[in-house]
Design a protein around this ligand. Structure first.
Ligand code: 2CP
Length: 686
């Protein structure tokens, strides 16, 4: 795919585009460009829904209760990576990641603790779950039932958007075909039994985080929405009966006007799409969305600047008419949000809502020449992308080939080049762009990290979860659990709706991992093809560094050989792939071990290839565990470098452990190239 990004918000606008006449309608009317509801926030403010979860259900429950007391109006659960991938906490692949980037949920017992003292008939709950959606939905349903809340009263949202997992987020478990059927099972079950629950949150957020522009984010989200509707229709699901509960999730980044235009355009595109699918009821054509401010816009340096960024992004979400909003914490580029940073993020929404008056006017940008033109341009761009996707065989097949992932990555590379060339200025992002000296900046961030940083007690969480599971397995009727799991397997073979079978198993205290394992017996775990685009960073790189690598290579009489590996269960690979492209530009031979690689995979690959350097990318916080294992087992003469979200106060620790370099988002590509050269020239001359 090769459609260029839009350059649409610059210059002078002298008239409203002709096409905009078709949306001179009121707010709350088809096609909803001007807003989902007539009175919008005057009637009901957006839901303040902060995404959170860490360690055990007990800790997260306390955090939820505190947030609700402080003014949050909805809940949003972040699950840890093992739960996302359907591994119980005691699974050998799970150990380093338990409770780190979300809460560990192994069974309904954990879900009961998570919502203890929170009335599920009153508070709406969003759950970001995709791969292991069946057992997690089942845990929620059983826990609510045991709390005495009838299914039909439950309000909330399950993300259940598997297509974007293959394209950008990477927490899929099974093949696309099988997983699309699971998505449809959940949607059909909710429509039947949980009429107030949003059965999917079709997400663009992750596309923008992986590198897409706002307009590409929207275009791909809408292409996925179309793919789901087509699949549901093929499964015999009546679109009219499910449409009202198909919701959306977008990123709001720093491109202020474009973000507002994107949210307005989204509503028109969804309304048009449902009309194409024959939906009649106007209320079903109303696009409802959650927005989150952009994580990738946050900087590690000068973290307090992030409060400004988040506020501006939140304003774009509100001007764009979001129904629900998450504002990021200012320290998220460094670590899990500290209590203070979480409170500032929540208060940002409360200030916007209560102090500014910006929610008093519906669609305040409507009628602006610039905004109407931008909205139309984004709509046109989305149509263009859809056409190109259709010509290339549709989303389903482009997911399998990795083409959409590669297209987004191409945008990430362009963004990296723009930053490297300082065509795009991000204040305080790189050490050398900071207003004060980099030493002062480093000191301030280190002090900041130590004072407030939230630390996860991963060992304690792992041990508590493992003990809790052992107790569960002793107490439950193992024979009944096994029978329920066997019936689940048979249902999967027979292509029945799997929701009732998983609910039965979970009610009997089967674990999340056991349910996924039962399905995996029928449908093996899936791994997707890896496609990495090459961009040329060459023009942005210091010629002397490029030449130095060339000389080094000439000296050893062969090309340098690197391994870049994503280790553990975290699926964020944008940075790792940018580094692969950089190394290619430096004429280095690179092997790439994609997401979910293990330390064992790295050791074996190195035994075969004898790399000149191994680069590890970790964004989950589990770096210490992986680095220790590798340093104990790798050849002593192979340099190890580490990249990802690595707090500055940990860097000394890695130095002591003999990690050769630590790279994070504050390092420019030229800094990284130069540092790698120094590591290699020293090692190779030893
Ligand atoms: C709302 N209502 C109104 C009005 N506003 N009625 C009349 N006039 C109004 N102005 C009604 C609605 O119709 C609805 O009633 C009820 O009030 C609740 O409002 P809502 O607009 O549905 O709000 P909500 O319950 O908060 O739901 C918002 C969404 C939902 C967007 C539809 O899907 C949602 O909350 N999504 C959150 C997703 C999320 O948190 N994702 C986290 C991603 P009825 O129900 O009777 O119609 S985590 C991200 C990380 C990065 C990750 O993925 O990894």
């Amino acid at each position: 795919m090769n459609i260029s990004p839009l350059k649409l918000i610059k210059g002078v606008y002298v008239s409203v585009p002709e096409t905009s006449k078709k949306w001179r309608h009121s707010h709350g009317e088809v096609p909803f460009v001007r807003g989902a509801y007539r009175e919008m926030y005057q009637r009901k403010p957006w839901t303040i829904r902060q995404y959170a979860g860490f360690e055990t259900a007990l800790e997260t429950n306390a955090f939820f209760k505190r947030s609700l007391a402080e003014g949050q109006t909805g809940l949003s659960v972040a699950f840890d990576l093992p739960t996302h991938l359907g591994f119980d906490s005691d699974h050998e692949l799970a150990q380093a990641d338990v409770g780190r980037t979300g809460v560990a949920i192994d069974s309904v017992e954990d879900m009961l603790v998570l919502f203890d003292g929170i009335d599920l008939s009153k508070v709406s709950v969003s759950m970001t779950m995709n791969g292991a959606v069946l057992p997690i939905m089942a845990c929620f349903i059983v826990a609510a039932g045991e709390q005495g809340v009838p299914l039909e009263q439950l309000t909330g949202t399950i993300q259940n958007d598997i297509l974007k997992e293959y394209i950008a987020r990477n927490t899929y478990i099974h093949s696309p075909d099988f997983s699309l059927d699971v998505v449809a099972d959940v949607v059909a079950y909710c429509a039947d039994k949980m009429p107030r629950f949003n059965s999917i949150s079709i997400s663009g957020y992750h596309f923008q985080e992986a590198g897409a522009t706002p307009e590409l984010e929207l275009a791909l989200t809408m292409a996925n929405a179309r793919a789901y509707l087509t699949h549901f229709q093929q499964r015999g699901i009546d679109i009219e009966s499910v449409a009202k509960r198909l919701s959306f999730f977008f990123c709001v980044g720093m491109d202020f006007y474009k973000e507002i235009a994107k949210l307005r355009a989204a509503r028109l595109l969804w309304s048009e799409l449902l009309e194409e699918f024959g939906v009649q009821a106007s209320s079903a054509k109303r696009l409802k969305m959650h927005c989150q401010t952009s994580g990738s816009s946050l900087t590690e340096m000068s973290p307090l600047n992030n409060i400004v960024r988040t506020t501006i992004e939140a304003m774009a979400g509100v001007f764009g008419g979001t129904q629900s909003l998450h504002t990021n914490s200012y320290d998220e580029a460094v670590s899990l949000p500290s209590d203070q940073a979480s409170k500032v993020a929540l208060d940002t929404q409360l200030v916007l809502l209560n102090e500014t008056g910006i929610s008093d006017v519906v669609d305040p940008w409507g009628g602006s020449y610039m905004m109407e033109t931008a909205t139309q341009n984004i709509i046109d761009y989305a149509h263009q992308i859809q056409q190109e996707i259709d010509e290339q065989g549709g989303v389903r097949s482009l997911v399998e080939t990795g083409e959409l992932t590669a297209f987004i990555h191409q945008h990430a590379l362009q963004a990296a080049i723009a930053e490297e060339n300082q065509d795009k200025i991000i204040i305080g992002k790189k050490s050398d762009l900071a207003t004060s000296s980099s030493a002062t900046q480093n000191e301030s961030i280190a002090a900041f990290s130590k004072k407030e940083k939230k630390t996860i007690n991963a060992e304690k969480t792992l041990s508590q979860q493992t003990q809790k599971m052992a107790r569960l397995k002793l107490k439950r009727n193992n024979q009944s659990v096994q029978k329920a799991l066997d019936e689940l397997k048979t249902a999967a073979c027979n292509k029945q709706n799997l929701m009732p079978f998983v609910i039965t198993a979970i009610r009997l205290r089967a674990t999340v991992g056991e349910c996924i394992q039962a399905l995996t017996d029928e449908q093996a775990r899936y791994s997707k093809p890896e496609t990495i685009k090459q961009a040329s960073f060459k023009q942005s790189l210091d010629v002397k560094t490029v030449e130095a690598f060339q000389i080094l290579s000439d000296q050893i009489g062969r090309k340098l050989r690197f391994l870049v590996a994503k280790v553990g269960l975290d699926g964020h690979d944008r940075g790792a792939k940018v580094i692969v492209s950089l190394l290619n530009d430096l004429e280095i031979e690179v092997d790439y071990l994609p997401v979910f690689s293990t330390t064992d995979d790295i050791i074996k690959a190195d035994l075969r290839q004898h790399y000149d350097c191994i680069g590890l990318s970790v964004l989950s916080g589990a770096q210490q565990s992986f680095v220790s294992t590798l340093l104990a087992s790798l050849r002593g003469d192979c340099p190890l470098v580490l990249g990802g979200v690595i707090p500055i106060d940990e860097e000394n620790l890695f130095e002591q452990l003999n990690v050769d370099c630590v790279f994070t988002a504050r390092h420019s590509l030229n800094d990284i190239a130069l540092a790698l050269y120094r590591v290699l020239s020293t090692r190779l001359s030893d």
